[in-house]
Design a protein around this ligand. Structure first.
Ligand SMILES: Nc1ncnc2c1ncn2[C@@H]1O[C@H](COP(=O)(O)OP(=O)(O)O)[C@@H](O)[C@H]1O
Ligand SMILES: [Mg+2]
Length: 505
């Protein structure tokens, strides 16, 4: 029998804005040197950066089995190239839905499916005068056919406190919390030519930001009160991360909510911001049309390696199995609607509703086939990736990212110690997790972490949670006995950073 031929299966990478993500993905894939047999061929996975270059429009070629597209919406040259070759390859994300679905479409449609979006009213822009200022006024851009509306009625319908925020926003630009009607009027009168939403504020005890990559969901804690966006994934002052910050059922629900949204819109890389109500424990998604999610090391820190591994698994799966992008992203909407209608008619409990919706999402993402693929071809990915993430190569990426991101020279050294320290804590936790997996009692099924599981310390099922809690208790007890602290802090971070293999530190 002759040996199967090896082909180079190319993954195109484009991410102008996130040095750490693209570099880590490329270097990790090169380190893994994956050779995956499929359909009588062995696929050797390699990457190539999508660079700005001329191309023959009438004969546009696509050498990539898959493309990670993070940024073409900012550059027409890339956007038109990727749309031209779209049927020949797999692209993450689906730019058709990315361009056509905005925040409000998301709120309205997900509420109709039955997700717990808070009451939201869209309010037309307050001021059109800017449109009249230019030299070339286009009368057809002035929507002068207004209907009078009553802000008081809108305020009463939504309720206070509330958030007044742009209908198409990002990065918290123009977002204002308003405590009462007077503040609403005051802020609305300053909102200018931006169409706004008034959304009821959720009084929450937990802010969860779930990142979905294919069917893999990674719920992360999020601290909205941190001043800088790069500090928001820290647990709080002096504490980087808290394992098991969600109860297993909350982990499950937040994951399902994100997976349903992502499957509905065909987004294979997206985040969903959800707030867990203080009183009711309900999980409310409030911002989830983020199909270009922040994936930077300086934001995600402890969660970053897990996110990159999830991307490697998913991209390997789609590239090797030849999945193509679905551009008709509305194809499965009738199935979702049917479930929602049946749930309304028959009065299903919320859990049943989202379990059924998530079933369609799993089918859309080919979750069982993906799980099998991971079990068969990537069973040692965690172990191999651990080698990479604990090597000087990755510590150099941390160093370079920190020195690129933080512009004030005096703060770079401390920031570097902070991030290297948190990563050393990840190395410590992951080492323990991997060695615990080797003990038969706590071993999850192969591939479980890939398809449904969360980050280290957040197993997928309640049984695993119980097993791991018992294991954690045992370890905490033994650490206490040896005088070590369990939680990471900046201080611990700095101490660990000193033992970093990064020579530059
Ligand atoms: N309904 C809400 N309840 C509580 N907090 C909210 C609500 N809406 C927005 N916020 C707060 O405002 C921030 C920005 O709002 P968001 O809708 O996420 O806008 P952006 O798209 O700019 O990120 C959120 O991260 C959250 O802290
Ligand atoms: Mg947001």
């Amino acid at each position: 029998m002759s040996a199967a031929a090896t082909v180079e299966t190319l993954v195109g990478v484009m991410d102008p804005n996130h040095f750490s993500f693209r570099t880590t993905f490329e270097k990790l894939l090169a380190f893994l040197d994956l050779h995956i047999p499929h359909g009588g061929t062995v696929h050797h996975l390699t990457t190539r950066r999508l660079k700005s270059r001329p191309y023959d429009v009438l004969n546009a070629q696509c050498p990539y089995a898959a493309v990670i597209n993070r940024g073409a919406h900012w550059n027409q040259h890339f956007n038109s190239y990727l749309m031209t070759v779209s049927l020949e390859t797999y692209q993450l994300n689906n730019m058709v839905s990315f361009h056509s679905i905005d925040k409000n479409t998301g709120y309205g449609q997900m509420f109709k499916l039955g997700l717990k979006v808070p009451p939201t009213v869209a309010v037309p822009q307050q001021d059109y005068s800017k449109l009249l200022e230019g030299e070339n006024i286009k009368p057809d851009l002035i929507f002068d056919d207004h209907e009078m509306f009553d802000l008081r009625e809108i305020g009463e319908h939504v309720g206070f406190p509330a958030f007044l925020k742009p209908q198409s926003g990002g990065g918290w630009r123009g977002v204002e919390r308003v405590e009462n009607f007077e503040e609403f009027v005051e802020k609305y009168n300053k909102s200018g030519d931006t169409p706004m939403n008034l959304q009821k504020a959720v009084d929450y005890r937990e802010f969860v930001r779930t990142m979905g990559i294919g069917p893999q969901m990674l719920p992360m804690h999020y601290n909205a009160s941190a001043k800088f966006s790069h500090d928001r994934y820290l647990r709080g002052n002096g504490r980087a991360v808290e394992h098991n910050f969600l109860k297993p059922e909350e982990h499950d629900e937040a994951s399902k909510v994100c997976k349903i949204i992502n499957a509905f819109y065909g987004w294979h890389h997206n985040t969903c911001e959800s707030l867990i109500d203080k009183q009711t424990g309900d999980i409310h998604p409030i911002d989830f049309c983020n199909a270009y999610p922040d994936s930077s090391l300086t934001s995600l820190h402890f969660y970053f390696p897990e996110m990159v591994k999830n991307m490697v698994r998913w991209i390997a799966f789609v590239a090797v199995t030849g999945r193509k992008s679905g551009f008709t992203f509305t194809e499965r909407w009738p199935e979702f609607w049917d479930v929602a209608k049946r749930a309304d008619r028959e009065g299903w409990p919320y859990k049943t509703r989202i379990a059924e919706l998530a079933r369609i999402a799993d089918d859309y993402f080919e979750a069982p086939r993906f799980r099998d693929f991971c079990a068969q071809h990537l069973a040692d990915l965690d172990e191999r990736a651990f080698e990479f993430f604990s090597s000087p190569t990755f510590f150099e990426i941390i160093h370079d990212k920190v020195y690129r991101y933080f512009k004030v020279p005096q703060e770079r050294e401390a920031k570097h110690a902070h991030y290297a320290g948190i990563h050393n804590f990840w190395v410590h936790c992951e080492k323990e997790r991997l060695s615990a997996l080797k003990t038969p009692a706590s071993r999850p099924p192969v591939g479980a972490a890939g398809a449904g599981g969360g980050p280290p310390g957040q197993p997928a099922t309640p049984a695993e949670v119980a097993a791991r809690r018992a294991e954690t208790k045992r370890r905490v007890a033994s650490k206490k006995a040896s005088g070590r602290s369990r939680a990471t802090t900046s201080v611990l971070g700095r101490k660990l950073a000193r033992s970093s293999p990064d020579k530059k530190n």
